[in-house]
Design a protein around this ligand. Structure first.
Ligand code: NCD
Length: 329
């Protein structure tokens, strides 16, 4: 079958033999990883791998969500998350509504809740929401009848990013239990950090948060993670480094004297790769600032799985949509 015809072919639901969703799974929304159990996280990862294979590695469509509609409600910029949710919905046969705050009636004074209710009135089954205010998806889940998925609420959580990061680690290194994973950089402003921490700890990994003291508070220890201010000290112990972007747009004051100083202390470069474990995995949620969190050689080098993370994002979002919408009308 040619690539083009494969893309339009749709496999009927009855033919794919999807695994049964356990009765214990009763979630309507995905608001964060904080309140999921280890087995619920593992269930989503397993479904993601199943759906990736069932869509011929993302090349064919299924009709699992035929007749359903998924709305993307994005009040912040996005390349990966928005397009990935959209593709995930389409690969399961759903229709999509794409909303961006720029160019919408928000500019005419419409409130956030009115906007969300308007989109829901177009008979959508799930709303995927990204907003700069922490708690926005939680508030929406109290106002809307449909499923709500958190695609990033300020610096709070970004559950599907945490899940796709964990899936990528599992594919390369197997069980998460006993692995040492460092989240490096702007921990203070990172929703990816929080979702990774909840998910990784539940699956038995050791988590280190590392960066300048202005971006990594000692209080993080209360969550059960190790706090470090020296990448060079922790480097030889790490199986995975997840390099988090310096979120200049969320910082009221600059947290270090210069970007140059940050890169000297925390950027992953070839010299630091040589001092790492031979199988070190280099990850980043993206977008990356080349030359700030990591050098181009490392970003494009053999240890980097940054683009695999993007591919896994579609699988995780297919699994999320299927698990939340299955059986709902
Ligand atoms: C992250 C986000 O938006 O929180 N990106 C993403 O979703 N892939 C991280 C970031 O913006 O740095």
């Amino acid at each position: 079958m040619s690539h083009e015809s494969a893309l339009v072919a749709t496999t009927p639901h009855s033919l794919i033999n999807a695994p049964r969703i356990p009765d214990s799974w009763n979630h309507k929304h995905l608001l964060g990883l904080e309140h999921l159990t280890a087995s619920e996280i593992t269930l989503i990862l397993d479904f993601a791998e199943f759906l990736h294979k069932a869509t011929s590695n993302g090349r064919t469509k299924l009709d699992l969500l035929k007749g359903r509609t998924v709305a993307n409600l994005f009040f912040e910029n996005s390349t990966r998350t928005k397009n990935s949710f959209s593709l995930a919905a389409k690969r399961l046969g759903a229709d999509t509504v794409e909303f961006s705050s720029s160019g919408s009636s928000v500019a005419k004074g419409e409130t956030f809740i009115d906007t969300a209710k308007t989109i829901e009135a177009m008979l959508v089954d799930a709303v995927v929401v990204r907003h700069s205010s922490p708690g926005t998806p939680h508030m929406l889940s109290n106002h809307l009848a449909c499923s709500v998925i958190n695609a990033g609420d300020g610096p709070h959580e970004h559950p599907t990013q945490g899940l796709l990061d964990i899936l990528t680690i599992r594919q390369h290194l197997g069980s998460l239990s006993g692995l040492t994973i460092a989240l490096v950089g702007d921990i203070a402003h990172s929703r990816t950090a929080r979702s990774n921490i909840w998910g990784l700890l539940k699956l038995g990994a050791k988590v280190i948060v590392c960066g300048p003291a202005t971006l990594v508070s000692k209080n993080w220890e209360k969550l059960g993670v190790e706090v470090s201010y020296s990448l060079d000290k922790i480097l030889p112990r790490c199986d995975v480094l997840n390099l988090l972007r310096i979120q200049f747009e969320r910082q009221a004051i600059r947290p270090f004297p210069s970007v140059h100083e940050y890169t000297l202390l925390y950027a992953m470069n070839q010299e630091r790769i040589r001092r790492s474990k031979p199988e070190i995995l280099i990850m980043a949620p993206g977008p990356i600032n080349r030359g700030v969190e990591l050098t181009p050689e490392v970003a494009d080098g053999p240890h980097s799985v940054i683009l695999e993370q993007v591919t896994n994002g579609i699988a995780i979002r297919m699994a999320t949509l299927w698990l939340l919408l299955n059986g709902r009308t």
